[in-house]
Design a protein around this ligand. Structure first.
Ligand code: SF4
Ligand code: ZN
Length: 359
C-alpha cells in the first residue's frame, strides 16, 4: 500500500521510507498505478477552480474507473475532475494553495525500492543477454519506459528500433530525431499501410477491435526482423510493465510474441510502477519526450485507449489532430456547442509554450 512520509513530505511507493521507515498508509488510493499530473493538466485545473491552487511541485493523479473521475492527491485527496458532455468539471475537496512534492524528496523516500528494481532488472537483462546465439535489440517507442530501458541497458550498446506507425505525435518525431542525433544506433521502420485509408475500410479502431496494432506495428516490425536477422529468433527488450493493463498482469519476464513470430520479448521492467520510471528518469536527469508536458502517456495520437480524455485536451493543444479525429469518429459531435473563450484558449496555449496550430 502507498504511504506518506511526513518528514520527507513525499509518497512512499511501497509504504516505507528509505530514510525514516514506517509511513502513514494512503488507504484512499484505489488504483495500483498512479502517475504525475502533467503541466498542462495542472494549469487546466488551476484555471477551472477558484478554491484550490496547485503549485510548482509534483502532484499525483489516478483514474477512478468506477466513478469515471480522476483524483489529484498528495497526502490526501485534493480534488477530483470529470469529463462531462459540456467540458471538464472540477470538484475541490479542500481549499487553499498546495506546493506539491520535490523530486529529490520523492527519490530519498523510494531509494531502496528503486535500487532493488534497478538491480533485479539489470540482473535479468544480463541473464537474458548472456544466453547463447540470439541477437538482442531494444524496442524503442520514444516513450518514458523505453528511454528508461535504453538508459538502464546502455552498457550493451544494443540497437534500438522505432516503429513509425504514421500516427505519432510531432513531439515524438522530434524526440526520436534528437535521440538519433545524440546517440545514433537507432533504426526507424515506417509502417507501409496508411492508418486513415484503413479506417475507411475497417472503421475507426475501438478498444475491443484495435486492428491498427497489427497493421501499423506488428507487420512492419515482423518484416524488419525477417529481413534483418534472416528469419532467426531475436530477443527484443521492451519497457512493458505489469500494471499497465489487465492483459499484462500475468505476463512472464520472457515470452514469445503472440503476433511477431521471430520476437522473443524480454521485459526487465515488468515490476516497475509508473512512478518508479519517473523516479529513475528524474534521478538520472534523462531527457524525455515533450509530449509528457501534456499527456500522461505518449504513443499514437488517435489511439482508442483513453481517447475521450485525450480528445478533450487535443482540441486546445493540437487542434488539427483533434479535427482529423473528429472527421473519422462521431464521438465528439456533441461537443460543438462547447464554450471556448479566447482568453482561456490563450492560457492553454501558453502553458505548453507552443503555438496551437503547430501540429
Ligand atoms: S493507435 Fe493504439 S491500438 Fe492502434 S497501433 Fe497505435 S497503440 Fe496500437
Ligand atoms: Zn522520509
Amino acid at each position: 500500500m502507498y504511504g506518506w512520509c511526513d518528514k520527507c513530505k513525499a509518497i512512499a511507493l511501497e509504504g516505507r521510507c528509505s530514510e525514516h521507515g514506517a509511513t502513514k498508509p494512503l488507504s484512499f488510493i484505489n488504483s495500483i498505478d498512479i502517475r504525475p499530473l502533467t503541466k498542462f493538466e495542472k494549469q487546466l485545473l488551476n484555471n477551472e477552480s477558484n478554491d484550490i491552487k496547485l503549485g510548482e511541485g509534483i502532484f499525483l493523479v489516478y483514474g477512478d474507473r468506477y466513478y469515471r473521475r480522476k483524483i489529484v492527491f498528495l497526502n490526501k485527496p485534493l480534488l477530483e475532475f470529470k469529463l462531462l458532455k459540456d467540458g471538464i468539471h472540477v470538484k475541490p475537496y479542500v481549499k487553499g494553495r498546495f506546493e506539491g512534492m520535490n523530486k529529490e524528496d520523492l527519490f530519498i523516500v523510494n531509494k531502496d525500492r528503486l535500487d532493488r528494481l534497478v538491480q533485479t532488472s539489470k540482473e535479468f537483462a544480463d541473464y537474458a543477454f548472456s544466453e547463447n546465439g540470439y541477437s538482442c535489440i531494444i524496442s524503442f517507442s520514444g516513450g518514458k519506459d523505453s528511454i528508461a530501458l535504453a538508459y538502464l541497458l546502455k552498457k550493451y550498446k544494443m540497437k534500438k528500433v522505432f516503429i513509425d506507425t504514421g500516427i505519432e505525435f510531432k513531439e515524438t518525431y522530434d524526440f526520436i530525431k534528437r535521440f538519433k542525433d545524440d546517440n545514433g544506433n537507432l533504426d526507424v521502420i515506417k509502417a507501409k499501410s496508411n492508418f486513415f485509408l484503413l479506417c475507411k475500410e475497417k472503421g475507426f479502431p475501438k478498444y475491443e477491435t484495435r486492428w491498427c496494432c497489427k497493421t501499423q506495428k506488428f507487420k512492419p516490425f515482423n518484416d524488419y526482423l525477417e529481413e534483418k536477422f534472416n528469419g532467426e529468433p531475436v530477443f527484443v527488450y521492451t519497457g512493458q510493465r505489469r500494471w499497465e493493463g489487465l492483459s499484462r498482469l500475468e505476463s512472464p519476464f520472457k515470452k514469445p510474441h503472440k503476433y511477431i513470430v521471430r520476437q522473443i520479448s524480454i521485459q526487465p521492467m515488468l515490476e516497475w510502477l509508473t512512478m518508479d520510471v519517473w523516479n529513475y528518469i528524474w534521478a538520472n536527469n534523462i531527457s524525455v519526450n515533450k509530449i509528457y508536458n501534456i499527456f500522461g502517456r505518449g504513443g499514437c495520437w488517435p489511439c482508442p485507449f483513453g481517447l475521450k480524455y485525450r480528445m478533450f485536451i487535443l482540441q486546445y493543444t493540437h487542434p488539427k489532430l483533434y479535427n482529423l479525429i473528429k472527421k473519422y469518429t462521431s464521438m465528439v459531435s456533441n461537443n460543438n456547442n462547447k464554450k471556448e473563450s479566447s482568453t482561456r484558449n490563450r492560457m492553454y496555449k501558453s502553458v505548453i509554450d507552443r503555438k496551437a496550430n503547430s501540429c
